[in-house]
Design a protein. Structure first.
Length: 332
């Protein structure tokens, strides 16, 4: 009787160990935007592909809309291991001490997606991701959102139309300089607080890719939107380096494949989503959408490109030149 009890206990122990061994590896993936944005959709796509490719060994839990952490908190949470994966906008790496990423904030440094992808999928982009490793962060990929446009409650046809306006920006010295260069007043604010700030007049306007403007309902509290496409907003998908390197090699390889597929998906839907959301903004009738003429766009470019020289010492002259070389950038 005692032996059978002992055998039963051992068997139960073995079974419970087996159950523990089969527990999936959990990756908490936190982000600050809505589920139906390019980043939100791509994060969910990655979660699905990670589960499929690892045959359930990995479970990616996605937390959208600042459910876990706001903009400023999430990077520290990643470094501490409270979350394993983030996709912060590239402007977030400046405050971390990796100022080179602020090159992506330079106005009009990319004229289109083709120029941009020469950087994000090429050696310049890879060298930037490598600079995160001493911070305990591993960079996996760049995901597009899109090109930003200015919105306000008054018409915007020339840079002078933004003079004296309180404009919400992300925390970025380059974006501060961008706004000051055209006489606007930069207001740094968490993404989750922008709608209310626009609604109450705490800020007058902002700059966003259309998908962010639309999904956060900012078009309901902004009367005018001008398609300036003056700056790029993208993300770097990053993981806690210690966690990533501690994964079994086969699992890590499967996750790298999932990330590669997710990046292709993310960049495809980013363009589609922005185009679709622009149509939705127009149909809403709440915001007047203005398309600048070629001359008006050139006037914005001419007004804003001096920011490149002003920020060169901060970002790195050589880096800016290497981007120019890859993209064929020419100033106005």
């Amino acid at each position: 009787m005692k032996i059978s009890h002992l055998m039963f206990g051992l068997l139960a122990g073995v079974l419970s160990c087996g159950a523990v061994a089969q527990q999936p590896i959990v990756i908490k993936f936190s982000h600050v935007v809505a589920v139906d944005t390019p980043k939100g959709l791509a994060a969910d796509f990655f979660a699905k592909r990670a589960a499929e490719l690892t045959k359930g060994k990995v479970k990616v839990e996605v937390y959208p809309n600042s459910q876990l952490y706001k903009d400023k908190e999430e990077m520290e949470a990643l470094q501490l291991g409270a979350v394993q994966m983030l996709a912060p906008s590239l402007a977030k790496f400046g405050p971390l001490g990796v100022r080179e990423f602020e090159a992506f904030d330079l106005p009009y440094i990319f004229d289109n997606y083709e120029e941009l992808h020469k950087i994000t999928t090429g050696p310049v982009g890879a060298s930037l991701l490598a600079k995160l490793e001493p911070k305990g962060i591993k960079g996996l990929a760049y995901w597009d959102n899109g090109f930003k446009s200015f919105s306000a409650n008054t018409p915007i046809k020339t840079p002078a139309d933004l003079k004296g306006k309180k404009m919400r920006i992300q925390s970025s010295k380059v974006l501060e300089e961008e706004m000051r260069t055209i006489g606007a007043l930069p207001q740094v604010m968490a993404f989750s607080e922008v709608y209310q700030a626009l609604q109450t007049g705490v800020v007058d306007g902002t700059e966003n890719p259309i998908s962010n403007l639309y999904t956060q309902k900012m078009h309901e509290v902004q009367k005018h939107l001008t398609l300036t496409d003056h700056g790029y907003l993208g993300y770097a998908v990053i993981v806690n380096k210690k966690f990533w390197e501690g994964l079994p090699a086969d699992v890590r390889g499967q996750l790298e494949t999932a990330m590669k597929e997710s990046t292709t998906y993310a960049n495809k839907i980013a363009k589609e989503q922005n185009d679709k959301d622009l149509e939705s903004v127009k149909k809403s009738g709440k915001t007047q959408v203005y398309v600048p003429t070629k001359e008006e766009r050139e006037a914005f470019k001419k007004a804003l490109t001096p920011v490149h020289a002003k920020m060169a010492d901060r970002i790195g002259k050589e880096l800016i030149q290497s981007i120019y070389k890859e993209t064929g950038f020419t100033a106005q």
